[in-house]
Design a protein around this ligand. Structure first.
Ligand code: SF4
Length: 335
């Protein structure tokens, strides 16, 4: 591990100093381009914070954290069935920045920015430019939510909602808390794992003071993403009353073994986080090499059920376009 990368700087500095050069990344993990078939993509280029790199193993071409961020030639091989908008999100976009697909909750894409670029991301081709709400549209979003009495929860997503400043984030929270019927605000974020310093004192105090229940769904794919430093920030969120859940994407060659999934669930629990979803991959163009056959996912899931207590087994699901809920994978079916 390369711990010398971790400094006492604030989170904005960590964000601005993220590595965007493949050569710099490979030099830090002491690997050679020729070992990996790396590319420099035109869009959705490499982005990885130095703290996340510090959790990678030096000299390991198959490091599970490295494989999540390194652009490789495999992305450029077209595979039938893997498309730009696998969830057909553009169809559920009544107002810029708002997705309304589920009955009791809406999702807001409040930023297109992420601290890290995950190579399997289903929104890697999403047109954020066309979907980011202006302040006028923010008002329209609030009116829309207020007029949907069945909606009691708003999900802040992106991009990564914690990549915006506290000032902007708190402004969203203020507006949402003013909508009477809302009971819950949920944040979907990878920041606590990739720049744990994002969980600063001001954010903790604001979340603790919210009149709504705050749920944070982190997105951790491998136990190595949670070291002692990261776990301290997750524990601080728990102390502030935040409900912490995790969603994982099942990724070939990264977390598709029993040992990896068991260690992940146990590490999450030790840090105060409960496993929530284990997603099979959304079939997005450029990510086919991360996909696991469904039968392999089912076999793995049966092993997890046998090995882990029920509260540490996430739900195995697939997101299907036009289904108003995550679809449980039928583990009794022979595929
Ligand atoms: S942090 Fe989330 S939204 Fe951003 S690239 Fe990774 S998976 Fe996609």
């Amino acid at each position: 591990m390369i711990n010398h990368l971790i400094t006492q700087t604030n989170w904005q500095t960590h964000l601005s100093q993220a590595i965007t050069s493949v050569d710099e990344l490979l030099s830090l993990v002491q690997l050679d381009r020729s070992q990996l078939g790396v590319i420099v993509p035109d869009n959705f280029g490499l982005r990885v914070p130095r703290g996340f790199v510090s959790k990678m193993q030096v000299g390991q071409a198959d490091d599970p954290l490295l494989l999540q961020v390194l652009p490789t030639l495999q992305e450029q091989i077209p595979v039938s069935g893997y498309i730009q908008d696998p969830l057909n999100e553009n169809e559920h976009n009544p107002i810029k920045g708002l997705l309304h697909k589920y009955e009791s909750r809406v999702l807001l894409t409040i930023t297109g920015a992420c601290a890290i670029h995950c190579r399997y991301c289903f929104r890697q081709h999403f047109d954020y430019g066309a979907n980011l709400p202006t302040s006028k549209e923010q008002e329209a979003i609030m009116n829309y939510v207020a007029q949907c009495p069945d909606v009691n929860e708003v999900i802040l997503s992106g991009g990564d909602p914690l990549s915006i400043s506290n000032r902007r984030l708190f402004a969203w929270l203020d507006c949402l808390e003013a909508i009477e019927q809302l009971t819950t605000i949920r944040l979907h974020t990878r920041l606590p794992l990739v720049i744990p310093e994002r969980i600063d004192e001001a954010l903790l105090a604001r979340l603790e003071a919210s009149r709504c229940q705050i749920v944070m769904v982190i997105h951790c794919n491998h136990a190595n993403e949670i070291d002692a430093h990261t776990a301290r920030f997750l524990q601080a969120l728990k102390v502030a009353g935040v409900t912490l859940l995790n969603q994982t994407v099942l990724l070939a060659g990264i977390n598709d073994t029993l040992a990896t999934q068991v260690e992940l669930s146990q590490r999450l629990f030790a840090a105060g986080v409960l496993p929530y979803y284990l997603h099979v991959l959304d079939k997005v163009a450029g990510a086919a090499h991360f996909d696991c056959p469904e039968q392999q996912a089912i076999d793995l899931y049966w092993q997890m059920l046998a090995k882990l207590p029920g509260y540490l087994v996430p739900k195995l699901v697939r997101e299907l376009p036009d289904r108003p809920f995550k679809t449980p994978i039928n583990i009794y079916k022979a595929v």
